[in-house]
Design a binder for this molecule. Sequence first.
Ligand code: GDP
Length: 296
Amino acid sequence: MAFESLSERLQNAIKMFRGTKEITEEDLKEPLRQVRMALLEADVNFKVAKNFVAKIKERALGAEIQQNLSPSQQIIKIVDEELTALLGGTQAKLTVADKPPTIIMLVGLQGTGKTTTVGKLAYNLKKKKKSPLLVAADVYRPAAITQLQVLGEQVGVPVFSLGNEISPVEIARQSLDKAAHLACDTIIIDTAGRLHIDEKLMEELQDIKATVNPHEILLTVDAMTGQDAVTVADTFNKDLGLTGLVVTKLDGDARGGAVLSVREVTGCPVKFVGMGEKLDALEPFYPDRMASRILG
Ligand code: GDP
């Protein structure tokens, strides 16, 4: 399970506060060192970990004594609140267009779970009585179109493909007519992934963006890749302007650093997390619940 080690270490660090009667800087030193170590070991970005601990220290020392809470309970509350804030504060919902269709572009490096996420999103939306159209705009990987068609069939939603000889920009453009024709209220575009970020990929994605003007550009990042995921997200965001992130493979034994740092580093909210390979394994991301899960 993701976060297992981080959870355990954070909980141990927090236990060190339990005996504290009055909070002094000296009392905080060791527990906060432990918190910082736990974050770094979970592959949280160095700066993020440093800022996080600094905030807790500042708040703990400046905290007004609340009658109903012991000093240690107060610190636990601060850690919980700061962890929630780090994860994005409140839930960032999927944008829905005032006037349909809502256009969602899925982007991501190969293997991060982009196409699977397109299927999961379609499943999710269909359950909410929406009618999505999936658009096969990854024309470079031959299996990608078939993979999307299989997913479309499983979910029971139409898939728009023009094969792999037409440019992805043109496919995206024509998908608007198709959606109108089929009365689909949501368009989900599966774009090409590459092993690494390259200029050509980014230009193509920028062209698709300029052509269809999407309401959402979601990037899938693989939780198992830790800080690399955060670097990739930062680059995509700078080049493309993301509206949200989907952190995939959180059902595995990811150390959790990606989820913890990605919002802080990119300023982009995590909107969903992938919790498995199946269609129903996409969950909306609730920062407060995730914080509680981590702190146990
Ligand atoms: P793409 O190249 O980014 O489109 O990646 P795919 O959608 O083909 O996914 C790559 C692999 O990751 C597939 O085997 C998926 O089943 C798997 N995968 C995707 N999302 C998740 C997830 O949330 N959890 C797990 N365990 N596997 C996932």
